[in-house]
Design a protein around this ligand. Structure first.
Ligand code: ATP
Length: 191
């Protein structure tokens, strides 16, 4: 059975924190592929950005091109809004029963997991792989069918900080891949 790690996110923009977590999860669990799954509208999270869905899709496409095991998954984007992760993952697993899915997320998402819609159902649906993030404790308010916590690398990088740094003209460009950086410059995103 093909082993796929699902990495959901807003990716506004995708950055090296996402890249490193995807690769850590792939190595730790010997995953065949990582599917980057942008969400159209995150119900559990406020989004203060005017980036279009098209721009975010393009950005994730640029990002997944840098690794042969990374893929863009538009499954959640194509679902009616609001799309809750629990329902999306359930539908995806039903549609592709021959794939062994796991869900990858950061330590901040684990800490706030109890705010997700139907989180108890989601935690039992598939294995979770959590990559630690600075400032967040690996605590969780619910039990998981299977939970792997990866502590090897903690990168203090966020999309929020990157958007802010671009706005004030102080971005460290190495927080992004070249392709993502060039796209952001071309479309003058976050300025
Ligand atoms: P924002 O700053 O806009 O909230 P973000 O940087 O947290 O964005 P998302 O696209 O919301 O990025 O994150 C998608 C997933 O990646 C989430 O599970 C999040 O916890 C995780 N993640 C993002 N950055 C990191 C990081 N530096 N270390 C570990 N996990 C991360």
């Amino acid at each position: 059975m093909k082993k796929v790690g699902l990495l959901g996110g807003t990716f506004d923009p995708p950055h090296i924190g996402h890249l490193v977590m995807a690769e850590e999860a792939r190595l730790e669990k010997s995953l065949d592929e990582i599917w980057w799954m942008p969400n159209p509208f995150p119900p559990h999270k406020e989004i203060n950005s005017a980036t279009s869905e098209e721009n975010r899709l393009d950005l994730v496409k640029k990002m997944v091109d840098c690794h042969p095991s990374f893929r863009l998954c538009t499954f959640e984007m194509e679902r009616p809004c609001p799309s809750y992760t629990t329902d999306t993952v359930k539908a995806l697993m039903e549609e592709m029963p021959t794939i062994q899915f796991s869900f990858i997320m950061g330590g901040d998402s684990l800490e706030n997991f109890h705010k997700w819609y139907k989180y108890e159902e989601l935690s039992e649906l598939l294995p979770f792989i959590v990559v630690a993030r600075p400032g967040y404790r690996p605590t969780h308010p619910t039990s998981f069918r299977e939970l792997t916590i990866i502590n090897n690398i903690k990168l203090d990088v966020s999309s929020t900080e990157i958007r802010h740094k671009i706005k004030i003209g102080a971005l460290n460009r190495f927080l992004l891949t070249d392709a993502v950086y060039d796209y952001i410059r071309e479309y003058r995103l976050y300025e």
